[in-house]
Design a protein around this ligand. Structure first.
Ligand code: PLP
Length: 384
């Protein structure tokens, strides 16, 4: 049996998405900046996509910037707001949490070379940020607070909507919503954020396309120079087919999001109940009570299992099962996750933590199979 339980890493493109994209790779190949009919067709498709996405998240079209994915949107937003706000207000302090995606953490680290400082807001062992720590850390110099909506490794959902109440007019809030967009309602007004990132390939769209929402009036310097595209902030010929693919994925999400949520919640409950029956207190399910149903993070506790995440994943792979240890690794080597350390686990438990992430087409039969394989692996890796 082949089972794909790594949907938080990426999803398979939807047939309708592929179908919507193809004409823009074939006959409608025009450059959206050209004034002839080829160009105009591409322009119309891009602006329709912008409208659709804006409407889907409660924004206005001019607040949407297409990017090459979540990572680029995050870099654009954090650098763009921090640098311009520094020029305007002199503020140079950033706040974030230790369990953000690396795109957020490494962008903060990089900004320290440009005179910025950052502090971490504490998270509890479920991965939720502490409002007390947030308030304690806000100073007159705070420029930007970046807190993710749904954690990509443990699924924890943060309460974002009240954060802005603690910020003054020239202090900004960014929410990385890559793991929530298209799965859970995202409304930028209800969340009360100045900026938000989303990506297509987590919701059956193509890889390499995403967007940044940046509320109008928010200071924002350009990401790429050299063209007037995306209101002078992200130069370069637009990837029309990918933008159309993102829009089609959003159309599908609009229609199916609630139904999908129900299906995945049922899978998630079935997975949690079944695995708990088999492993009892030898495992721990991470993420606390308010988590995305799309993700289950499990720690095989070190007192019961020799924990080597890489061999666990390889053993699953040999049995046809795709899961992961956390975020998709880029270097080919699996390092214990900063998220699992961030919620207070020690190295052995971090090594024994696996992420299973679902899509609505997954089945209970697949879960039964995965659990039977885990049981087999578990027996082989007992300490004595
Ligand atoms: N933020 C989160 C929470 C993610 O899960 C990911 C992808 O894993 C990203 C950002 C990066 O998105 P992309 O792969 O589109 O660059």
């Amino acid at each position: 049996m082949q089972v794909y339980f790594d949907n938080a890493a990426t999803t398979k493109i939807h047939q309708k998405v592929l179908g919507a994209m193809l004409p823009y790779l074939k006959e409608n190949f025009g450059n959206a900046s050209s004034i002839h009919s080829y160009g105009r067709k591409a322009r119309v498709a891009i602006e329709n996509a912008r409208e659709l996405i804006a409407d889907f998240i409660g924004a206005i079209p001019s607040e949407i910037y297409f990017t090459s994915g979540g990572t680029e949107a995050i870099n654009f937003i954090i650098n763009g707001i921090a640098k311009t706000n520094f020029e305007e207000s002199g503020k140079n302090e950033l706040l974030t949490t230790p369990i953000e995606h690396k795109a957020v953490l490494d962008t903060h680290l990089n900004l320290t070379h440009n005179g910025f400082k950052y502090n971490f807001i504490e998270v509890n062992n479920s991965g939720s940020f502490s409002p007390t720590s947030l308030i304690k850390n806000i100073s007159n110099n705070t420029s930007l607070v970046s807190i993710m909506h749904t954690n990509n490794e443990i699924g924890t959902i943060n309460n974002i909507n009240k954060i802005s109440e603690n910020l003054s007019e020239d202090q900004y809030l960014f929410c990385d919503a890559v793991q929530a967009f298209g799965k859970i309602e995202i409304d930028v007004k209800k969340l009360n954020v100045h900026a938000l990132s989303g990506s297509a390939h987590k919701i059956y769209g193509p890889k390499g396309i995403g967007f940044a929402f940046v509320k109008s009036g928010t200071p924002l310097s350009p990401l790429l120079f050299g063209g007037s595209q995306e209101r002078n902030r992200r130069g370069g010929t637009e990837n029309t087919a990918a933008i159309v693919g993102l829009a089609e994925a959003v159309k599908i999400a609009k229609e199916e999001m609630d139904e999908n949520y129900k299906k995945v919640t049922s899978l998630n409950n079935y997975f949690r109940n079944s695995i708990s029956q088999v492993f009892g207190n030898k495992i721990e399910i991470n993420g606390g009570s308010y988590t995305s149903p799309y993700i289950v993070s499990l720690t095989f506790k070190s007192e019961y299992f020799k924990n080597d995440g890489e061999s666990l994943l390889m053993a699953l792979d040999i049995n046809g099962i795709a899961a992961s240890q956390g975020s998709a690794c880029t270097s080919g080597t699996i390092k214990p996750s900063h998220v699992i350390f961030g919620i207070g686990k020690e190295i052995d438990d971090a090594n024994g933590t696996l992420r299973f992430s679902f899509n609505p087409q997954n089945t209970n039969a697949e879960i039964d199979y995965v659990i039977s394989v885990l049981e087999k692996i578990g027996q082989q890796s007992k300490l004595s």
